[in-house]
Write a protein that binds this ligand. Structure first.
Ligand code: CU
Length: 68
């Protein structure tokens, strides 16, 4: 499993955190998703044979937020 922390801009409340969290959890092989409103980050683990950081970034964008 790969560990990844990615900056996520555009989150302003707990609802945003939930949206990003569920978007990331919906990705195949993603585990241990922690989204921090204070730090504006998403931390997660994923299987690099299954998805890439591009998929992670796309999921964040599709949820309406801005991955750095
Ligand atoms: Cu919000």
């Amino acid at each position: 499993m790969e560990s990844l922390t990615i900056e996520v801009n555009g989150m302003f409340c707990k609802h945003c955190v939930k949206s990003v969290t569920s978007a990331l959890k919906d990705l195949k092989s993603v585990k241990n998703v922690v989204v921090s409103l204070d730090d504006c980050t998403a931390t997660l683990e994923y299987d690099a044979d299954t998805i890439t950081i591009v998929d992670v970034r796309r999921a964040i964008k599709d949820a309406g937020y801005v991955p750095a």
